[in-house]
Design a protein. Structure first.
Length: 79
């Protein structure tokens, strides 16, 4: 089981690092250019659009992994 977990994490880490790195670079660019007050309302709007998409995609990935390792049907996976 530990080997399986390690394998899945090995595949997932590059995407996590890319996402975290991109977010850090964007926040540094905003902070260093002093455009934070103007960006605030735009950031809030983008957050309310992208965060639900992130949650939905995360749920899809978890469901697909469940189906990969316990293929009992989509209804069982959703429940």
């Amino acid at each position: 089981m530990l080997g399986l977990l390690t394998e899945e994490l090995r595949h997932h880490v590059p995407f996590t690092a890319l996402g975290a790195g991109t977010g850090i670079v964007i926040m540094l660019a905003i902070a260093l250019t002093g455009t934070l007050p103007q960006v605030n309302s735009v950031s809030e709007t983008v957050f309310y659009i992208l965060h639900p998409l992130h949650v939905a995609f995360s749920a899809i990935v978890i469901t697909s992994l469940y189906l990969k390792y316990r293929p009992r049907g989509i209804i069982t996976a959703v429940i």
